[in-house]
Design a protein around this ligand. Sequence first.
Ligand SMILES: *Cc1c(COP(=O)(O)O)cnc(C)c1O
Length: 370
Amino acid sequence: MDVPFLSLKDVNARHADELKAAAARVIDSGWYVLGQEVAAFEREFADYCGVRHAIGVGNGLDALSLILRAYKELDMLHDGDEVIVPGNTFIASFLAITENRLVPVPVEPHPASFNIDPARVAAAIGPRTRAIMAVHLYGRLADMPALVELAQEHHLLLIEDAAQAHGAMHGERKAGAFGHAAGFSFFPAKNLGALGDGGAVVTNDSVLAARVSALRNYGSEMKYHHAYQGINSRLDELQAALLRVKLKYLDEDIALRRAVALRYRQSIHHKDIHLPSTEREEQNTWHLFVVRCTQRDALQRHLRAHGIQSQIHYPIPPHRQLAYPALHGLHLQLTEQLHEEVLSLPIGPTLREEDVDRVVDACQTFECPA
Ligand SMILES: *Cc1c(COP(=O)(O)O)cnc(C)c1O
């Protein structure tokens, strides 16, 4: 039997009875879009994040995109404005920016954290810069105190792409509560995953919250009255009901992920496999456990031969994707190197101890080709 990268079946099987009861409640209610379940989940998720508002939307990309769109509607962003974004991120961070006719300015990460480097952000701020999009990559909080300070100093909007980092903390504050607004994803494989697509915008700004709330629903605040040209991107009642079940177990699941990460960090000692660092346990929710190896493909083949699934997050950076020919001229040395070297080991709340041992043993026996 393979060691799975992440078994969603196992993840959800633990709560099968509760999930089925929640689904039955929605089926029997006869109300499927924008009802009590979404309202309740929005309240519960806002409380969890420690913010005033959460707005359920269709997915994580729409969450990010609707934040930027709402700022445009509020006359705070305009076509052609620049948004600083990490060069090494999932393409959704870029798509949200370009979809709104804004200009992504990719910045290199700090090599120890994989997260955007505030010193390089400072250097990238120019006359057209209007916003910073921080991404808490792999579940680890970006350096938010430094980014909050930069945003304040330069009067920039600070938006968090928190799709991978539900519950990550710095001090008493959680991911989503540092910037002016944040986007979350509930894609099934995320740390808080629905059984389909889902997402949320969170913010303390009541004006922004109201605008996002209208924009996700055809630009409507009152049925059949349309103040804005909105879209249709709503979290549905079924997913909200399922997410309410799963939110109760999020902290437990994060603790289980931390235990796996700790075990890897204590037990994998290999001169060619570089482990991720983390200064404080609470800042990292270990959505992914990403190692670096100059012979990454050989390491992946070796693990494969030992029955261990691994993945690459991500093989091609956004500025090298076919979708972005205009960005092909950029050279981001560290970002490009990381994409050649990163490998994600199995991690999740249901990974068994003996499977963790198998991963450790397989790593230890890797012979790195010169
Ligand atoms: C998953 C993800 C998204 C997009 O979320 P979807 O729900 O898949 O649209 C955005 N940013 C990052 C960093 C992600 O990992």
